[in-house]
Design a protein around this ligand. Sequence first.
Ligand code: GSH
Length: 366
Amino acid sequence: MPPAHLNRTDAPYQFHAFEVSYFSAKVRPALRYKGLWVEERRADLKEIRERTGLTFIPIVVTPDDETWQDSTEIYRLLEERHPQPPLFPSGGLQRLAAHLIELYCDEFALIPAMHYRWGSELGEATARARFCGMVGNHKLGNLAADRMVAARFLVGASVAAGPQIEEHTHDLLGSLSSHFEAHPYLLGGRQSFADCALMGPVDGHFFCDLVSRRLLLETAELVVGWIERCKFPNTDQQGEWLEGDALAPSLIRVLDVMGGDAVPIVLDLLRAFEDWADQRPADQSEPPRGIGSCRTSLRGAPIDRAIMAYTLYSAQQVIDCYKGLTTADRSRVDTALADTAWPQLLAYAPRHRLHKERFKLVFDSS
Ligand SMILES: N[C@@H](CCC(=O)N[C@@H](CS)C(=O)NCC(=O)O)C(=O)O
């Protein structure tokens, strides 16, 4: 008989993932935290394409053979099916903060993640070796690595912005280290979807890759401790999120570092996507995945970044959460984040809206 704190199912959840994959590292801790019976399989792109029509990793196949794709959707569906232990805080301020951290991870943290994996000779050589080993074929492993090197530039991890990307990462690791001096998780004594989301870049890339793993081990031991806790979440030994829906002052500092660099870039991308959407043919209901590139900047350094429809979808969910808060909670958010850049994003009013139809993004009809 499994222990009572585990969520029982008649068959395992299948998790199609890779160890080196950013979004797999975002989903894995949520599955473990929920105490589920999970069979983790090496992603089979053919099966993923058959199930979703796409080749995004990871997917989750439920015990009753439903397919879940998109890490954000996977969190939502997991919480719906297995509400205990909770991933989503019930307090409005903590919930909104968790969504902001997820947005930072989905839209911005790809930049340092790709920089450290592919942005130096040692990083690239060791990542290529890992890809070849993973694929089990030298030629195909290198072809996959070539695609990732191209993706590095699409997400904006430009050579010119290398020093600024590293400054950002040092500030992030410094603020996280201060936070973890007093709190085991981002929102206090219990893991939440914010921790899981941050595991995407921090475990999936930084701790996985040689250059950044060394950086973590040499400069951020407390972050390494947090990775360990999120990896092995001992579901029966979790504490509670901070009382009274509070955010620790040290977390506000983390949010300040995240927002200061991410918000200007996300706003530039949103504006560029919406300008394109204003002009699109009237009968075009599905946006292409990307629509060219946009010049933006990080701490003054130029960044060219692909304009993706998904950025609007991500931002829309955060803005919806903010608008859905009670007036009292919204005003607590405004006060808590007043000295950060996040209010600029929360004030953005999208002119277009996207939803998902069978895994694809589609414009709402206006
Ligand atoms: N929005 C998706 C993104 C998934 C994603 O981009 N996964 C990467 C691997 S970490 C991938 O499959 N990339 C292939 C591609 O970009 O075509 C999610 O949150 O799950």
